[in-house]
Design a protein around this ligand. Structure first.
Ligand SMILES: Nc1ncnc2c1ncn2[C@@H]1O[C@H](COP(=O)(O)OP(=O)(O)O)[C@@H](O)[C@H]1O
Ligand SMILES: N[C@@H](CCC(=O)OP(=O)(O)O)C(=O)O
Length: 396
């Protein structure tokens, strides 16, 4: 029994459970046995007053089988059409499973675009909160039929992470067709070892996870590790575990040492900062000198023009941008008070020079700390942050 996990679940009030295609489907279609068993376990949680949000994959895999295709098609329209066929049966099966307890379900189909517009994001949150207030179980999938490259999340692991942040849930349980993250791809290496807990996601782990999914999945282990990286940096834990193992959710909630537990590396970030950090697509970047980097990471300060050494890309006022160190490490993301053309003119200057250069000074700072989400791996209470220049800070 793992005390950390046990303690976490003892206090958990809201849990997101994501279930992958390989768990929900069998050769001939939906795996109704697993859906029944998972709904039993989730129903127990609800009886203990835990709110549960489900992210259910499996529409494409189900559609492929219903249509009678030999395998998952490569073409995008074919996948989208297969998803449209499969989604109806998928939600019906969940509805059927939960109806045994007189519990109702709701279907939400979302895209990245929905979650990157502040108002739509807040609407989705309000809807989800209302459903939970009504004790209805939200079941979410990506809206596959309307997404195209620019607006798609692409995998439900990252959708699940975003919903966990949006709902300020206590943990994401990610159920897949393997019992956790291994130190090597177990399909290739017989001696691969299951990792019981992960406190730092290393480049080796990302490489070991690779991007190749199982026969029915989309994201593979890598998209689960990327999702864990986002959540743990926002201060929320995640578990990857085997969804085909009997009673897995119950075991996890009891604190049993199953699956891979990803331990948060930062303090819990507020929901608006999570939205800035993980839901917005950066339109450019600003580069900070070491002094500004330190002020932002360790002292929670705003970014002043004097600490900016470079501006990458062209963007307008209010745009989301990445914050980078001189070494090129990703430190976080923020919303700018000035367009790129003006930041280029004022960078390196004291704030009292802004009016002289631009003719007016609407703001002292280039990014106000309320609009700045720091996600680099660091101990914000420490004077000497060991992770300042760590390459893992890249690619969030
Ligand atoms: N290092 C690793 N540890 C565990 N599984 C891995 C690893 N590398 C690749 N995989 C593969 O990732 C698959 C899970 O990803 P995926 O098929 O996308 O699942 P899901 O449909 O649940 O999202 C597993 O079946 C496993 O074969
Ligand atoms: N939206 C897709 C699922 C995409 C996806 O991420 O699948 P998976 O890797 O099985 O979680 C579907 O319902 O088929």
């Amino acid at each position: 029994m793992n005390e950390n996990r046990k303690d976490l679940f003892k206090h958990a009030k809201r849990i997101v459970v994501k279930i992958g295609s390989g768990v929900l489907t069998l050769n001939h279609g939906l795996n109704t046995g697993v859906i029944t068993s998972i709904s039993d376990q989730i129903n127990h949680l609800r009886q203990d007053s835990v709110e549960v949000v489900i992210i259910s994959s499996g529409a494409i895999a189900t559609g492929v089988k219903k249509i009678g295709l030999e395998r998952r098609p490569d073409g995008i329209p074919a996948r989208q059409a297969a998803s449209a066929v499969g989604q109806a049966g998928l939600i019906l099966e969940w509805e059927h499973a939960f109806s045994r307890y007189d519990a109702r379900v709701a279907q939400l189909l979302l895209t990245r675009e929905d979650l990157s517009h502040r108002r739509r994001y807040l609407n989705a949150r309000n809807t989800l909160n209302q459903l939970l207030d009504w004790k209805i179980i939200p079941i979410i999938n990506e809206n596959d039929t309307v997404v195209f490259e620019e607006i798609k999340l692409g995998d439900n692991d990252n959708l699940a992470a975003m919903i966990t942040l949006l709902m300020d849930a206590d943990i994401l349980i990610n159920l897949t067709d393997i019992d956790g993250l291994y130190d090597k791809d177990p399909r290739v290496h017989e001696d691969a070892r299951l990792l019981s807990s992960v406190s730092t996601i290393t480049e080796e782990m990302e490489e070991a996870a690779g991007g190749i999914p199982g026969n029915l999945g989309t994201g593979g282990m890598l998209s689960k590790v990327t999702a864990a990286k986002k959540l743990t940096r926002a201060g929320i834990p995640m578990i990857i575990a085997g969804g085909l193992n009997d009673g897995i959710i119950t075991d996890l909630v009891q604190g049993k040492d199953k699956g891979t537990f990803f331990i948060p590396v930062n303090k819990r970030m507020n929901s608006r900062k999570c939205w800035i950090a993980f839901n917005l697509k950066p339109e450019g970047a600003i580069v900070l000198d070491h002094g500004a980097q330190d002020a932002v990471i360790h002292r929670g300060k705003s970014i002043l023009p004097i600490g900016v050494t470079d501006v990458i890309g062209d963007f307008s006022m209010g745009a989301p941008v990445d914050i980078q160190s001189i070494e090129g490490n990703h430190l976080g993301r923020g919303l700018v008070n000035y367009p790129s053309s003006e930041i280029r003119k004022i960078m390196g200057l004291k704030s009292d020079k802004i009016r002289q250069v631009l003719g007016s000074k609407p703001f002292d700072d280039v990014i106000h700390r309320d609009n700045l989400a720091v996600t680099c791996l660091c101990d914000k209470d420490s004077e000497q942050c060991p992770h300042h220049y760590h390459p893992q800070s890249r690619n969030l």
